[in-house]
Each structure stands twice: as structure tokens, then as C-alpha cells.
Design a protein around this ligand. Structure first.
Ligand code: ADP
Ligand code: MG
Length: 726
């Protein structure tokens, strides 16, 4: 039955053609861009001048709205949305599930039997979804389960248009009644505030009187796979887990490197274009599209924005990719490793800091004072990453990502910083400068020397580095494709804030006796010396680097379970508490949620592997065994010598026997893991050490059976079909 479905799906794909977009591609882009956003233009035209000014100030500084202003804003939003056909609104938030959540309410209200469309400031500012089923990691008992959502005015409301109506979405934070963060956004906002405070303090110290606030910026490059949906629906493993749990290596993979930057297939291009039209309407500034390295793998990148908005936009982007894919007969796979044996997907997290005066703090300057600022920022990032590599590693740790991080592709699991040759030379020269003119030619002092201008070209980029300086930003390349970027950026902001605070403190101590420039120079050089070990420009995949990193004392957490356990170490708890980003309770609950998510992911994989193994693969293999046995028997009955075929039959039977044993073993391991929960960390270890190896064994044998069984009997779409048919 299912082998026939596979054949039918392939027939269908052969006849598919590109699908036209629902939005007219003739609309000029400037008209389309942000059309569904309640943006500054809308606010200006629909609010009184005072209200507009007050709202802008709240948006820029992350302040709370007072209730009179909230009423005005809510009313304006409602008018705007209902004119565009909206009937409902929703608070749109990011619980700790890695995705977004929404619960819709209509604007409709009955007054004396008459229907009124209403939206109050109260409803705008605060929502009370009965959201008791979201993970809280022990923060809430069920009797106090209610959480509330609160509008984040730094992120604009937008309209989602769907086939049968439109919904006004209001980006919100999600907290418990006792004020604990139950989402990814609240800590992000807190970390943004910490970064702002510490950066402004340091800039003042460096003599900058103009900058009023500093905010982090982010551009997420999003990788994804597409698979034809008719094949996807025949893969229960992809549906349940996001990745293929079985599948022999295809004869052709990515070795020809003919897909990377190749011309984009027409059906795929039509899909990408519609994704972009949808995203532009939502104000998401997508810019770049291209084929990635693996077959059927693609990338989309936006223009960078303020981090809080960029993250909302990346969440929207993932949603739109998935939804539009279905219209085009595709399924979009965001999992880090949908197929073994070829590259997985990541999300380069391009991070920097910008000022309200329009400057990028990671832009190497042209004057000595700008250079001084840049080098101080560089030292802050170096110190932050070196001291908190463990914490950065946690933010990218989850079950799906273990197939990628450190697994000989994408970035290694060891955190290090790539600066490139020229910047490394500058660091070296600054360090040498303290040695009293020993290497006169190379020495330089901050605030005095002009740094050589840095190259902006892409040639010397090191693809193997997890954290690379790329001209005017740091690129955290080890973030997973399916991940929400809240955690990685919350941590980046916090650890850099802490370093900025440390640096400010040190400069304050030395400034009086030495003067500013010498003080800055001393502090920076000291940090370069202390944290130089985090710099690495070489090949991050090589065995030599692993040995070298160990010698340098850099941590190497090989898998998610090892990494996650560090989240609530005393150092990390103290860090989050002192910058008011997470309380110790919040930190612990987040760690528990990460462990829980890990266990659940592996449990679902284990169950899927068992179900596919028992009910699809084993029967197919047994049917094949029967057919070969009958054929061999019939030939022998005719007196024909079929020794070689008999040997092959025996081989097939032996593999089937081994397969049944492996399934039994996985069943035992899985049941053991299910029934011996224990503490979250221990539970996760059981899944990692028992269930995963047993699952791998099952897969290995299944994949070898795939290469033996009659192709016409094989029930699951094969790798060569999933990767190459579209
Ligand atoms: P690359 O070739 O290094 O990937 P791009 O210039 O194409 O460089 O940028 C990749 C991503 O980095 C884009 O999303 C871009 O908007 C983003 N980016 C550029 N400058 C910054 C910045 N100052 N802060 C954050 N992200 C940035
Ligand atoms: Mg990049």
C-alpha cells in the first residue's frame, strides 16, 4: 500500500509547476513594505501629536504606556485593522516552547443587543490567556497557573491576512502573576536594558556626551530545506520529529557542490518570491535568497534591525516559510539535521550594538578616538566570550542540534573567536606596545595611533568559526536553524553588558592617576592578554584544534546534555541576577525546561523509530525475504545451482533477525527511560546514553535493508527522492 503511495507521489511531482503568489508581484515594493504593520506612519496619521510623541518615546525607551494613551493607541489600532478587514486581535508571544503562541479574540461586543467593535487600552496592554499548559519548569503550580501577556511597545503590531479573515497581532511579553518571566522575550528586554545602561556608562567615560542610548542589533540568516509535500506526508518520522530517522545514503549527495549558489529551480523561486512578498507586507526586510550547500537547502537573510524586532521578525519568517511552503506543495524543514550524511541547517546570528546617534559600536573607526572605542568594545566581547563560553554553549544546546554542532560540519561545539589576520595583528601589537618599545615597528597605543583600516571583503572569512568578526559585527554561527534567537541574544547582551561594566569600573579606578588614554590602554591590553586564548583563526573542524583548545583550557561540551547542566552554575546565576535578567528561580526553571525538551524530543524519536521499524520496515523486509526465498526454492526445485543467491538470502535473513533484536533492545531502553525519570539532568542522560545508541543501531540495520529490498516494495520515500525531486 505505502510503496504504491510512494510511486504515486513521484508521478505527481513530475507534473507540478510553479504556483502564482496571492499578493500581486506587480505592487511596487515601497508600497508593499510594511503595508500590514501599524507603523510610525499609521501612528502619526491616526494619533494626536502629543499621543504620537509619547508613544514614540515609550517605543524607543521601552517605557510603559499610561492608560489614557493606551486607550488612544488601541482605538487607532482597531480602526486601522478593521478598515483592513480584521475581526480579531491576539496577543502574540514567545513561550518557552521555541515557537510563538496566540489566542484570538474578536473585537465584537454586545451593548443592548447591538454589536460594537471595541478594543480598549486595557485589552491592548494586558491579556490574560488561560495559558496554563505552557512549560514553566516548576515556576508555576497548576493552581496558580495563569500568566498574563503585556504589550511590548518596542515592537509594532501587525496584521496577519489569511484566506478567510485578518487578525491584528500584538507582540507581547508573557509573565506569571508573581512577575516571573515565562517567555523568551522578557529576559531579552531586560538584557537589552542592561546592555544599554552599561554601554552608555562606558561611552560617557570615554568622553562621549551625545549618546543617549545603545541597543543591540541583529540580522539572522535563516537556512531551511524544502521537500515536496507529497513525499513528506509519506514520512511519519519527518512529520513527528522534523528529521528522517531512516534512509540509506543517496548515490549523489552534496559532493559535486553543484547546488550551492546554483540557479534556483522555478517552483522553488516562485515559493521564495511569495515568502518575500508576505514578509515585506509584514515589514520584515528580507533581502537575500540563495541555494545552500546541501541539495534542497536554501537560505534567506534580512537586513539587520534592533534585536527585539529582528527576533519577532525571525519568528514570523519561520512561520511564513512554513505556511507558504504548503501552498506551493512543499514542506519547509527547519530542523538542524533533517537528513544524515549531508549538511544541516543553521542560523547565523549577526550581532552588534548601535547608538541612538546612528553609530555602530563595532565599526572600526577612522580617528584615534573612534578606534579607541572600537578596541574597547572588542576587548569587552573577547572577555565576555572567554568567561562565558559555557553559557553561550547552553543557548545553542538542544536535541536536534547535537547532530550538527561538533559533528564535523557547521561550527564546532568549542566556542572561540575568529578575528581575522589583520585584527589579530592589532591585538598583538597592542599587547607588544606594553613591552616598552621592544618591537618598535609593531607597537601602538590606543588613542594615539591610528589603526590600519580593516578589510571589508569576504575573502578571508573562516567558515569553521562559531563566533567570527565579519568587518562590523560578530557572527554567532552556531545557532540552530529551528531555534528562536531569544536565548542566544539574551546571553550575548548580558555577558557583554557585564564586561562593559567591568571595563568601566577598571577605567574609573585608573583614570585619576594615569589619565584616560593610558587607563583605557592598560585595561584593554590587560584584557587582551588574559583572554587571548579565546582567539583562533585556524580550522575549527580539525583534530589539532580540539587538542589545542583543551590545552588552552577552553570548555568543550560535546552534547546538549553536558552543556545545559551549566546553565544554573553559581557563576551564571550570579551573572543573571546582578544584571536583573533572570532570577535564580527563573534560571533554574529554564534549565529544567531545556532538559525536559531534550527528553521529549528523544522520546518522540524513539517512539517514531519503533513504530516505523515495526510496522513499515520490518514487514517490507519480510516480504522481500519471502519473495527471494520463493525464487530460490523454485530454482532449486528445477535442479538449478543458486548458491550465490542462497548466500544473499541468508544475509538478508540475518539482517532481518538483527533488526528484530535491535527493535527489542530499543523497546527495552525506551521503556526504561520512560519509567525511570529521576532528576531532569539524570533523565536526559538516560535518553542520551541508552535510547540514542539503541535508536542508531535500529537505523543502521534498517538502512542496510533498504539497499537490499526490492525498490518496488519499499514504503518510505528514499533520500534520493526527498532531496532531488521538486
Ligand atoms: P555576510 O556576507 O557576512 O553574511 P552580510 O552583509 O550579507 O554579510 O550580512 C549578513 C547579515 O548580517 C545580514 O542579515 C545583515 O543585515 C547583518 N548585519 C550587517 N550589519 C549588521 C550589524 N551592524 N548588526 C547586526 N547585523 C548586521
Ligand atoms: Mg553569514
Amino acid at each position: 500500500m505505502s510503496a504504491a503511495a510512494r510511486a504515486a507521489a513521484i508521478q505527481l511531482i513530475a507534473r507540478k509547476t510553479p504556483v502564482a503568489a496571492e499578493v500581486s508581484p506587480r505592487t511596487p515594493l515601497p508600497e508593499l513594505f510594511g503595508a500590514n504593520v501599524f507603523g510610525l506612519d499609521q501612528m502619526r496619521s491616526r494619533l494626536s501629536e502629543n499621543a504620537y510623541k509619547a508613544l514614540r518615546s515609550c517605543m524607543e525607551h521601552g517605557q510603559e504606556l499610561d492608560s489614557a494613551l493606551a486607550d488612544q493607541v488601541a482605538n487607532a489600532m482597531k480602526e486601522w485593522a478593521t478598515e483592513r478587514g480584521a475581526t480579531h486581535f491576539t496577543h502574540w508571544f514567545q513561550p518557552m516552547t521555541g515557537s510563538t503562541a496566540e489566542k484570538h479574540d474578536s473585537f465584537a461586543n454586545l451593548e443592548n443587543g447591538e454589536l460594537l467593535m471595541e478594543f480598549s487600552g486595557k485589552a491592548l496592554i494586558k491579556g490574560e490567556p488561560d495559558a496554563s499548559s505552557f512549560p514553566s519548569g516548576g515556576l508555576r503550580a497548576t493552581f496558580e497557573a495563569r500568566g498574563y501577556t503585556a504589550w511590548d511597545p518596542t515592537s509594532p503590531a501587525f496584521l496577519r491576512e489569511t484566506l478567510n479573515g485578518s487578525t491584528l497581532c500584538i507582540p507581547t511579553a508573557f509573565c506569571s502573576w508573581t512577575g516571573e518571566a515565562l517567555d523568551e522575550k522578557t529576559p531579552l528586554l531586560r538584557s537589552t536594558e542592561a546592555l544599554n545602561r552599561e554601554a552608555v556608562r562606558l561611552l560617557r567615560l570615554l568622553g562621549d556626551a551625545k549618546v543617549q542610548f545603545v541597543y543591540p542589533t541583529l540580522g539572522c540568516e535563516q537556512e531551511y530545506f524544502l521537500i515536496d509535500r507529497d513525499l513528506y506526508v509519506l514520512r511519519p518520522d519527518l512529520i513527528a520529529t522534523g528529521r528522517t530517522l531512516f534512509g540509506a545514503k543517496p548515490p549523489k549527495g552534496q559532493e559535486l557542490e553543484d547546488h550551492y549558489f546554483g540557479s534556483i529551480a522555478p517552483r522553488v523561486l516562485a515559493f521564495m518570491q511569495e515568502v518575500e512578498l508576505e514578509l515585506w507586507k509584514l515589514g520584515v526586510p528580507v533581502k537575500t535568497r540563495h541555494n545552500e550547500v546541501a541539495p534542497s537547502q536554501y537560505e534567506l537573510a534580512p537586513i539587520f534591525e534592533r534585536t527585539t524586532i529582528a527576533i519577532d521578525h525571525n519568528m514570523l519568517c519561520m512561520e511564513v516559510l512554513k505556511q507558504v511552503a504548503q501552498r506551493h506543495g512543499f514542506q519547509c524543514l527547519l530542523h538542524e539535521k533533517p537528513y544524515s550524511g549531508i549538511n544541516g541547517s543553521g542560523k547565523h546570528n549577526n550581532w552588534s550594538m548601535a547608538t541612538d546617534t546612528g553609530e555602530n559600536l563595532l565599526e572600526p573607526g577612522k580617528s584615534p578616538s573612534e578606534n579607541m572605542r572600537f578596541v574597547v568594545m572588542l576587548a569587552a566581547v573577547m572577555r565576555a566570550v572567554d568567561l562565558h563560553a559555557d553559557l553561550m554553549r547552553v543557548t545553542i544546546a538542544h536535541a536536534g542540534h547535537d547532530h550538527r554542532l561538533g559533528a564535523n560540519e557547521a561550527p564546532p561545539a568549542i566556542l572561540s573567536i575568529y578575528l581575522g589576520e589583520q585584527l589579530t595583528d592589532i591585538v598583538d601589537a597592542l599587547i607588544a606596545g606594553t613591552k616598552g618599545g621592544e618591537r618598535k615597528k609593531d607597537t601602538m597605543r590606543l588613542g594615539v595611533s591610528v589603526l590600519p583600516s580593516l578589510p571589508r571583503d569576504a575573502t578571508d572569512r573562516n567558515r569553521t568559526s562559531p563566533f567570527a568578526f565579519t568587518g562590523h559585527k560578530f557572527e554567532f554561527r552556531a545557532v540552530g536553524s529551528s531555534q528562536a534567537c531569544g536565548k542566544p541574544n539574551t546571553v550575548l547582551n548580558t555577558i557583554v553588558a557585564e564586561s562593559l561594566s567591568y571595563i568601566a569600573g577598571e577605567i574609573e579606578k585608573l583614570k585619576g592617576q594615569k589619565g584616560l588614554e593610558a587607563a583605557v590602554n592598560d585595561v584593554v591590553v590587560d584584557l587582551f592578554k588574559k583572554h587571548q586564548r579565546i582567539l583562533f583563526n585556524g580550522n575549527g573542524y580539525s583534530a589539532e584544534w580540539h587538542a589545542e583548545a583543551e590545552r588552552r583550557g577552553l570548555p568543550n561540551f560535546r552534547n546538549a546534555v553536558d552543556a545545559i547542566g551549566n546553565f544554573n552554575s553559581p557563576k551564571n546565576v550570579a551573572l543573571f541576577e546582578s544584571f536583573a535578567v533572570l532570577s535564580s528561580k527563573e534560571t533554574e526553571s529554564r534549565m529544567n525546561i531545556m532538559f525536559e525538551a531534550y527528553c521529549k524530543a528523544i522520546a518522540i524519536e524513539g517512539q517514531s523509530a519503533l513504530s516505523l521499524g515495526r510496522t513499515m520496515i520490518l514487514p517490507a523486509a519480510q516480504r522481500a525475504q519471502l519473495a527471494v526465498a520463493q525464487s530460490v526454492g523454485a530454482a532449486k526445485a528445477c535442479g538449478i545451482d543458486v548458491k550465490v543467491q542462497e548466500r544473499r538470502l541468508r544475509e538478508m535473513s540475518a539482517r532481518i533477525e538483527a533488526f528484530v533484536l535491535a527493535i527489542e533492545d530499543l523497546t527495552t531502553c525506551f521503556e526504561h527511560a520512560e519509567h525511570h525519570a529521576g532528576a531532569p539532568h539524570e533523565h536526559a542522560k538516560t535518553y542520551r546514553d541508552k535510547v540514542i545508541p539503541a535508536m542508531q543501531k535500529v537505523r543502521e540495520i534498517a538502512d542496510s535493508l533498504e539497499t537490499m529490498v526490492d525498490d518496488g516494495e519499499w514504503p518510505l520515500p528514499k533520500s534520493r527522492e526527498m532531496l532531488f525531486l521538486q
